[in-house]
Design a protein around this ligand. Structure first.
Ligand code: ZN
Length: 422
């Protein structure tokens, strides 16, 4: 008997990781939190998940994908990237390998400033083309939603240029893009003697303009020694809030100047990096319900041994997400499965914590938990099928692309098996 019709039915799923829960974000996730259904099916209609369960489905489908016993899970969400930039910084990479410090390179005109120079010099079309290709690569590794920050323009015009490119990518690329205004990424050269003037520009011109044009959902700030101090960061984020932009903080990455302690003052949705965070910062995050977004690719690329206080986060039940921090200087890593492996290897996160951190908790970090991040009825059908039989293989096969299918809103958009279907 024909029951419900669907557009796509995925059958023979070895392990379906639903990661569904009433209470998100998840703290201290374990195997149970993954909501595993063995020998499962998943039905999709009009781009949404309509059913899932164990055994054989009685649902009639237009198209059937045989998962052949493989692991199927929600598409990865990269909740922290600097995807849109001009130029590249491989020279700097060589210098760092030879022993030069990142902050020294930055003071000598390299680092963020050199990318600002390159990004300003390129046309919107060129920046769009490069970012579009980056997104293709991310998609091929199973990322179906991506947060993208501005911050390599640092003038009203150039910041808007970047955010408009993000808007164009959101329209034209299969990936969903969430935009963040990060005008407070660095003080631009022309304001090097007048930081106050740049903060004024952020407050009086850039934030209102970005908000008026509806170019961003979040406002972020690099709260760090030598960049923006706590007082300046608080002012900037509060102005963002006044203009409808939720707060994010680049916090405690190279030092602790109390960045994460700002969390409850600005109602931060996430605090990111957190290598030098202490209990005080974590308490503040707990109070404001902030997600800790950890970026192990940056650890690897900056060859830093310092790691975030994971045990303290577990003890205080601070929810953790993981992201790539994809950028041309400190993390050219774009693949979320690689980030999952690095979270385990460098931070000793468990595979369960890392998978939750790349799916539902990452959805919370961009305030999209109602639509994506888990496999539940009514959510977007953003799904990946990987060539593994057990989810613990995901971090284990380090840097091997085992993605068979990437499904975005019910359509196969990437993956090794894609050509068999389209
Ligand atoms: Zn960042």
């Amino acid at each position: 008997m024909k029951t419900v019709e669907c557009d796509v039915l995925i059958k023979n799923i070895g392990q379906l990781l639903t990661i569904s829960s009433k209470n998100v974000p998840l703290t201290n996730p374990n195997r149970e939190s993954l909501g595993i259904i063995e020998n499962a099916y998943l039905a999709i209609k009009d781009g949404k998940i309509i059913d899932s369960g164990s055994g054989r489905s009685r649902i009639d489908a237009d198209r059937v994908i045989d998962a052949d016993g493989c692991v199927t899970l929600p598409g990865f969400i990269d909740s922290h990237t600097h995807m849109i930039f001009g130029g590249k910084r491989e020279r700097e990479f060589s210098l760092r390998i030879r022993g030069k410090e990142y902050l020294t390179i930055m003071q000598e005109g390299g680092g963020i400033k050199s990318t600002v120079y390159a990004t300003r010099a390129e046309s919107s079309e060129d920046v769009f083309e490069t970012s579009n290709r980056h997104l293709d690569r991310a998609l091929a590794w199973g990322t179906t939603t991506c947060e993208v920050k501005s911050g390599y323009g640092l003038s009203t015009e150039d910041e808007i240029k970047i955010l408009e490119v993000a808007q164009m990518l959101e329209k034209k690329h299969k990936m969903d893009i969430i935009s963040t205004f990060l005008g407070a990424h660095e003080v631009p050269e022309e304001f090097s003697e007048n930081k106050k003037g740049y903060v004024e520009l952020l407050l009086k011109e850039m934030i209102p303009e970005v908000s008026k044009r509806k170019l961003a959902k979040f406002c972020d700030v690099f709260c760090e020694k030598g960049v923006f101090n706590r007082r300046e960061s608080e002012k900037i984020l509060k102005e963002g809030l006044k203009h409808g932009l939720h707060s994010k903080i680049h916090a405690d990455e190279f030092s602790n100047i109390g960045a994460s302690e700002l969390s409850d003052k600005v109602n931060a949705v996430s605090c990111d990096h957190l290598l030098y965070t202490n209990e005080k910062g974590l308490f503040s995050m707990k109070k404001s319900g902030s997600i800790a977004v950890l970026l192990p690719g940056t650890n690897l690329f900056l060859m830093k041994k310092k790691v975030p206080p994971i045990n303290k986060m577990r003890e205080l039940r601070v929810p953790i997400a993981i992201a790539s921090d994809f950028n041309p200087g400190s993390s050219p890593v774009i693949a979320m499965p690689v980030i999952i492996s690095l979270s385990c290897l460098l931070y000793r996160m468990t595979p369960e914590e890392a998978i939750v951190g790349a799916t539902i908790n990452a959805a919370c970090a961009i305030k999209k938990e109602d639509a994506i991040g888990s496999i539940e009825k009514g959510k977007e059908a953003d799904i990946v099928i990987m060539d593994v039989r057990n989810y613990e293989e995901i971090p284990y096969w380090f840097a091997q692309n085992r993605i068979l299918y990437v499904i975005k809103r019910g359509k196969v958009v990437a993956g090794k098996k894609r050509r068999n279907l389209n």
